[in-house]
Structures are given as C-alpha cells and as structure tokens.
Design a protein around this ligand. Structure first.
Ligand SMILES: [Zn+2]
Length: 264
C-alpha cells in the first residue's frame, strides 16, 4: 500500500484520486476518534501495510487537497491561500477540520512542554558567551551514566563556552546576595526620592504662579491701554500695535506654563 495521492489523468488538467485514495478516508476517520494520538494512528496504518514515514503522515493529514482544495503559492514558494480545486474531494470538510483541531491542540501541548523546561534553565537567554557575545542557550546531555542527565548553559554558535547549570545558579545566587541592601538604607533612599519630588513639584508650582502673575499684569496693561484709547489719549494704530505685542507676550507665557505642566 503506497501513500494515497492524486494523479493527473491523460490529457486532463484536473486531478483524480489514485487507487490508494480510500485510505485517506481511513486515516481521517481513525484520527477523528477521541483518544488516538497521531503517532498511534500512524503506527496503525503502518501495521495495515501502508508504507509511510511519520513525517509524510504528518504532512498528509494537513493537506487541504483531500477536501478538494488547492494551495496557491506566492513567488517565494510560501503557501498563501487555498482555493476550491476542480478535483473531487476524498473526505468531508468537517472531518478534515476536526483533525486540524486535533493537530493544533497537539502543537500547543508541545509548546507548553517546551516552555515548561524553563524552570530548569531560568538564566537561559541572560548569560552572554564570553567568546562571541551571543546569549547562551541551555540543554541536557547524558554522560557516562545514561540514567543521569547533565544540564548545561552553552553557546549555540559552537564556541567552547559551557557551564553546568548548578555552577551558574550558585554564581548568580552569590551575585544577588552581594547586591542586596539593608531595609533601613532602602527606606531612607525612598524618603529622599519622595522629598526631592515634592521639592521639585513645589518649585514648579512657584514658577507657574510667577508666570500667572506676569500674565495678569500684562492683561492690566492692555485694559489700561484700552481705557486710554477710548478716552482719546491714544491713536488707533498705536493701540492696535501695542495690543498685538502684549497679546504675543501672553501667548509666550502661556506656552511656558504648558511646558512646566509637561515637565514630568
Ligand atoms: Zn559563543
């Protein structure tokens, strides 16, 4: 039994299922049952006589060609989208989707498993290789005793840099102990920072008030000029020019307040 496939019949541009196509349905039906793993399904198909590697099996169950679709590829050969093909589907879309859901939940599990190893290597990605400067990764290896695993941080670029996880963690613990400060010092530092912030805010408030006073003074000057203008002591041109000049001063002062407000 070979890998099920489609072939191009003579002088036709569409695909027809080959004689092994019915096994595709068997595979998808098998996978759609609740508790079977992909590996188990693959082994069962192997037992039934299908010549297929696990990676071929894994590829097969992802192919939308079996629900009558073809993948369109972009220039750089990446799959972009699937469209309805002209060939007959071998399996129902709902069955295909059920298996795809199973696939995605399995790859999520794999991710979780991979991630959960992080507790073994908390410093992975934080230590730099002293030879090439790239961050070290971590992994386990077996030594002379195959029942024991040795965990190491090591360079992924092939440098000889390599630490046992135990040594690296002890060094890091010692480093942390060195930089710890006593609580009283910490408390004093906190108070000092708080005081400095308060002082800064106070001086900001004083600056703001000063500018506000200047603005009020200029508004007074303008209103006095208005009085003089209406009383006939100032001609229109002089009044207009000085009013514009003072309004510009107010505008500049208001900008300064805005700048102070955005200081923090
Ligand atoms: Zn390196």
């Amino acid at each position: 039994m070979d890998i099920p496939n489609y072939r191009l019949p003579n002088n036709q541009s569409t695909l027809i299922p080959d004689e092994n196509a019915r096994h595709v349905l068997d595979i998808f039906l098998l996978l759609s049952t609740e508790n079977i793993s992909i590996k188990k399904a693959w082994l069962q198909m192997r037992e039934k006589g299908m010549t297929i590697s696990s990676s071929q099996f894994y590829e097969l169950i992802k192919k939308p060609v079996y629900i009558g679709k073809v993948m369109l590829k972009s220039n750089n050969n990446q799959k972009i989208e699937s469209i309805e093909g002209l060939h007959p589907p071998i399996i129902l879309t709902s069955l295909f989707e059920k298996v795809q859901e199973k696939l995605s939940s399995i790859s999520n599990d794999d991710l979780i498993k991979k991630g959960s190893k992080n507790y073994l290597y908390p410093l992975r990605g934080y230590i730099k290789c002293s030879q090439c400067g790239k961050v070290l990764t971590a992994s386990a290896s077996t030594g002379s005793n195959p029942n024991r695993k040795y965990h190491h941080y090591h360079c992924r670029k092939g440098c000889k840099e390599r630490f046992s996880v135990k040594i690296a963690h002890d060094l890091f613990d010692n480093y942390l102990k060195k930089i710890s400060i006593d609580l009283k010092q910490f408390d004093n530092a906190k108070k000092k920072i708080k005081r400095e912030i308060q002082e800064q805010e106070q001086s900001l408030e004083e600056d703001r008030l000063k500018i506000q006073k200047q603005i009020t003074r200029i508004r007074d000057i303008i209103s006095q000029a208005e009085d003089r203008f209406f009383e006939g002591f100032m001609d229109q041109e002089t009044f207009k020019n000085s009013k514009i000049r003072y309004l510009q001063k107010i505008k500049n002062l208001e900008d300064e307040i805005l700048r102070l407000d955005n200081f923090d």
